[in-house]
Design a protein around this ligand. Sequence first.
Ligand SMILES: Nc1ncnc2c1ncn2[C@@H]1O[C@H](COP(=O)(O)OP(=O)(O)OP(=O)(O)O)[C@@H](O)[C@H]1O
Ligand SMILES: [Mg+2]
Length: 250
Amino acid sequence: MGAQAVKTSADDIVLELRGLTKVFGSGAAAVRAVDGIDLTVRRGELVIIMGPSGSGKTTLLTLIGGLLKPTSGTVHINGIDITAMKESALTQVRRHNVGFIFQSYNLLESLSAVENVEVVLDLAGRGGRGAAVKAEQILVDLGMGHRLHFKPRDLSGGEKQRVSVARAMINDPDLMLADEPTANLDSKHGPEIVLLLRAVAKELGRTAVIVSHDVRIQELADRILWFEDGRFKDNPEPAVAPAEEKTTGV
Ligand SMILES: Nc1ncnc2c1ncn2[C@@H]1O[C@H](COP(=O)(O)OP(=O)(O)OP(=O)(O)O)[C@@H](O)[C@H]1O
Ligand SMILES: [Mg+2]
């Protein structure tokens, strides 16, 4: 990651949700897990969605990432309506434009740290010799240079989460989605991971949407959205962050 300037402008919208709704089940047993959400997130923003257990946060994040089809409403990523896409095209969008970070890391146990990152490039058709070098470099940038060839079982929770951040970033996605990324981490390593995502958002002009219960990371957000019963509380369409220019390097 070299030094670079990132200019954001008012129309630099990475994520746009309109009337996004997901109903599980039907009739009296129907659950409106996500209930008519509107949201606009711009390049460079770090948004944290907080809310009680069962409020629909994971459902919302999986809809945004195209892992789940909505009952109604739309998700636009970089201006493209992913809800209208066929599965094969959607898979391409996910591999190239979206990076996921899960609470449980979702690393492949038989692969080393660097192989876990490299495999994402292979899936996106960017494998080969350069892939290993790129995977190594990103892990070095994230302070994992001394653990490149360790298997997940030999890594600490914080180290595993760094590998999963590396994996989410390796394809240079515009949108990073994280579901409870700090839940298994202590009070030092939890905020560190979010600081890392914040640095990536600010310095490389990416966008991060994080779902969390964790009050320790609140202060790192540009915006906090409170989610309850499938809706944003008191805040249906939050104010848009002002356009700004940043010049730094990670
Ligand atoms: N596949 C499913 N089928 C039926 N109901 C579901 C399904 N997935 C989620 N739900 C329901 O939708 C609601 C929202 O679930 P979700 O997992 O999105 O909540 P959450 O806010 O992520 O909770 P937590 O903080 O505990 O992770 C819950 O009532 C849940 O039982
Ligand atoms: Mg959840």
